[in-house]
Design a protein around this ligand. Structure first.
Ligand code: WTA
Length: 654
């Protein structure tokens, strides 16, 4: 990568929070933020222990941070805590048992309101059911569920008994489930017969069955009845959720676990073919997610919060389950697609439940813009007071639409930058304090020492592009890559001594706002979801017809990036439209539908250097339709580029 990441974007529109909003906010002005931030990064232990005090500890910690074995951090060592007690029991004890925890909306239109008392009882019963099947502290449990309250119950029940959950997004394939089972050596699976998606049933149980044909370590599969679709139950292994909780006690004492007890593993894409098992632990993770939820969404007791993410992604873990629930928030959970039965579904829900804080992804916003304003204009959205975005840089045009059409010009937008690895939001406005500009995530959160460094490790000046880093440990940081500490060290801590490398390029502007430019590695961002190009490539190469492939992203106006696969076939295999379709489906089977290439370009040869390295940069230029930039003198075969340009134009769908 070149020394200067280009950053030519300029944006001069500034939107300050209204005086009325600021007056009631947790942090009321930029001056207050600046002072708090200065204090918090000068003495992070003091700041984070104040935040941790807001949780319920069965035993208080002895040390805030032990960094002696860096980069392996220990936060709140000596402390004992139970995540599920913090999300449930504590609120019931505080007299909030009758408060709604989840307003749930199923895709077909069924609805349920679940109070904190009910959620606690459901969680305890299911935790007892897990125990009855021999699941205990430290065991790994794979969860593959639709967006139903039981997904949260399953996670909280694992947390309650100290089992480590590994949630797999319901859109991933049987092969993805199998890979994650193998890596985590899980002994139980929690799933459902199916989940509703755009009027159809996603056959979750069937996918689990297929995965279990190739993995033997699972003793029990708990199956929730959701869609009533036909499933095969394997005797001695598969059990129905409703049978397992029938008549079971709703008393399951919350045991205090070490602060560093593993809470979950969540797999995410990196620059090699194998997804990384990101490991988060208990006390620090809860401290990070609970405090960011409170400050960044300016959460107050009477808010109704809605995050539209799926629990299968980190956003669902941190900002549907742990962050909001640790704060005792009332939230909306929706099962299905944003456009079912039509593109107005979200706005109907906002109106029905008087949602006041709404958190979604830029890709969804762009899809709404495309679908037309009339879907929005029918509804009363005046309950909204804070809007958030996550997952990718938001283009200023989408930001302005979000502000005007959804926020009525009145709601601050928090553009939140973070990662599966960071556990909680790291860079974001505080809605009552930070002046916002369309397209920037603005400032580091309290206690977060973010910076942008050049190749030699010097801090970049304003408008100078560089690598985004975090210079001090924070409580919700990943602790390791599961079973691969060497990769953990090398990926995140290998570039600058003792400093966390995020893998994103960024710059600051003259006002000190952070602008995220995008990934520095070969990670794509498709509809706000992380996909490694290497993962898609190894899926393609696993097909009998494929000799070699190179995958790159191209700009896409709704998805952010689309996947383009350049494929060299084996000798004697004919490139046909049929085969192209087959390869797309093959990727769908290997990873999941989101990874299917938008275009498959058959390439007799790939552009390579003389030493045989594929020149991805050239492929990116080809698919972006831009002129070939930079040095091509190392290219071995110049003709191949013109050929690929032509081939790409033939299949390009625009
Ligand atoms: C990108 C999602 C710009 C970034 C929470 C990061 C963003 C990756 C933003 C992590 C944002 C996330 N602005 N880019 N507000 N939020 N990203 O692990 O490239 O699925 O490294 O976590 O998404 O994706 P992940």
């Amino acid at each position: 990568m070149s020394n200067n990441i280009e950053s030519l974007q300029t944006e001069n529109r500034v939107f300050a929070p209204s005086a009325e909003f600021s007056a009631k906010a947790h942090v009321k002005s930029l001056e207050e933020y600046d002072a708090l931030h200065k204090r918090s990064v000068e003495d992070p232990d003091a700041w984070w222990s104040e935040q941790a005090e807001n949780l319920f500890w069965q035993k208080k910690w002895d040390t805030v941070l032990d960094w002696s074995d860096a980069p392996f951090a220990k936060w709140f060592d000596g402390g004992k805590i139970n995540a599920s007690e913090n999300c449930l029991d504590r609120h019931v004890r505080d007299g909030k048992g009758d408060q709604v925890a989840i307003h749930w909306v199923g895709e077909p239109g069924d609805k349920r309101d679940i109070t904190f008392s009910e959620l606690l009882a459901d969680t305890c019963r299911f935790a007892n059911a897990l125990k009855a099947r021999g699941i205990k502290e430290g065991d790994r449990v794979l969860i593959y569920m639709p967006m139903v309250p039981e997904a949260a119950v399953a996670m909280l029940a694992c947390a309650r008994i100290g089992a480590v959950h590994s949630v797999v997004f319901g859109g991933f394939s049987a092969t993805s489930i199998k890979d994650r089972l193998e890596d985590s050596e899980a002994t139980a699976v929690i799933t459902a017969d199916g989940g509703w998606r755009r009027g159809g049933v996603v056959p979750l149980k069937a996918n689990v069955d297929e995965a279990l044909d190739a993995y033997e370590g699972v003793e029990t599969v708990f199956v929730l009845k959701r869609c009533d679709n036909e499933v095969t139950m394997t005797e001695g292994r598969d059990v129905w959720w409703h049978d397992e909780v029938d008549g079971v006690s709703d008393d399951c004492p919350a045991e205090g676990f070490d602060a560093e007890h593993p809470l979950f593993i969540l797999y995410t894409s990196g620059s090699t073919g194998k997804p990384k098992g990101i490991l988060h632990t208990t006390g620090g993770y809860l401290t990070g997610t609970a405090s960011t939820f409170k400050y960044i969404f300016d959460y107050k007791a009477d808010d109704v919060y809605w995050c539209t993410a799926d629990v299968g992604w980190i956003t669902g873990h941190s900002y549907i389950v742990y962050g909001p629930m640790a704060n005792g928030a009332t939230q909306v959970m929706y099962e299905g697609a944003p456009n079912f039965p039509d593109w107005d579904r979200f706005w109907q829900i906002v109106q029905d439940y008087k949602v006041s804080i709404f958190y979604t992804a830029p890709t969804a916003i762009r899809a709404f813009i495309k679908a037309g304003d009339h879907h929005v204009e029918k509804y009363d959205l005046s309950s909204l007071r804070v809007l958030g975005t996550v997952g990718e840089p938001i283009n200023p045009e989408a930001w302005m639409w979000y502000r005007d059409k959804i926020g009525g010009g009145r709601c601050p937008i928090v553009d939140t930058w973070w990662q599966t690895e960071t556990g909680c939001i790291m860079i974001s406005p505080l809605p009552g304090a930070t002046p916002t500009k369309p397209g920037t995530a603005t400032r580091p959160f309290l206690g977060i020492d973010a910076a942008i460094l050049d190749e030699s490790g010097n801090e970049c000046g304003p408008n100078e592009g560089g690598k985004l880093v975090i210079r001090k440990p924070w409580p919700s940081m990943l602790r390791t890559i599961y079973k691969d500490p060497a990769r953990f060290k090398e990926t995140y801590w290998g570039e600058y001594e003792g400093i966390y490398l995020a893998g994103d390029g960024a710059r600051t502007d003259d006002d000190g706002n952070f602008w995220i430019v995008g990934r520095l590695d070969d990670v794509l961002n498709v509809s706000g979801h992380r996909l490694g190009t290497a993962e898609v490539e190894s899926a393609l190469v696993s097909h009998a017809a494929v000799a070699e492939s190179a995958v790159v992203g191209r700009p896409h106006d709704v998805k952010g990036q689309a996947v383009v696969a350049f494929v060299t076939l084996k000798e004697g295999v004919e490139p046909t439209d049929e085969l192209s379709k087959e390869l797309r489906n093959h990727v769908g089977t290997e990873i999941g539908a989101i990874a299917k290439p938008d275009e498959v370009v058959f390439a007799p040869r790939l552009p390579k250097t003389r030493s045989g390295k594929i020149m991805r940069r050239l492929l990116k230029d080809i698919v972006a339709g831009s002129e070939l930039k930079g040095d091509t003198t190392t290219l071995e075969d110049h003709e191949v580029v013109a050929q690929l340009q032509e081939q790409f134009q033939k299949v390009f769908k625009g």
